[in-house]
Design a protein around this ligand. Structure first.
Ligand SMILES: [Zn+2]
Length: 127
């Protein structure tokens, strides 16, 4: 019984980092590569990669290789349900937190293929 709580504690610790929470929020919208996440988060690529590894090793995200690119996505949508529940608990406690919105594609300065494709389609739409 104690071992079960220890395992639960380990999983809860995966959620106990603001960068990992934000990565999960971003991936709730769509898959993303490290460079895309780095551009949104404004953090070093090595730092973002480290958090993605923790999330992947704990089964919350999976990766997909496409050529030289590696895309990450949620492996289970219940991860975002956990975050929603945490936000609800904060609101119930009277907090008026404001969470940054996930920016639409293309993200300024992001060289990832998804942003490049969005830039091209945006350019076509307005020209
Ligand atoms: Zn991008």
């Amino acid at each position: 019984m104690t071992e079960a709580y220890t395992a639960l504690q380990s999983l809860a610790q995966v959620f106990a980092h603001r960068t990992r929470l934000r990565i999960l929020d971003i991936l709730a919208r769509d898959e993303a590569c490290v460079c895309h996440l780095t551009n949104i988060l404004g953090e070093a690529q090595a730092h973002v990669s480290q958090h993605l590894r923790v999330l992947r090793d704990n089964g919350l995200v999976v990766d997909r290789r496409h050529g030289v690119m590696v895309y990450y996505r949620l492996s289970d949508a219940r991860a975002t349900a956990v975050i929603s529940l945490l936000k609800d608990l904060r609101r119930a406690a009277g907090a008026e937190d404001v969470y940054p919105a996930v920016p639409p594609l293309p993200v300024a300065g992001c060289p990832c293929p998804h942003c490049a494709a969005a830039s091209t389609s945006t350019a076509r739409e307005c020209c």
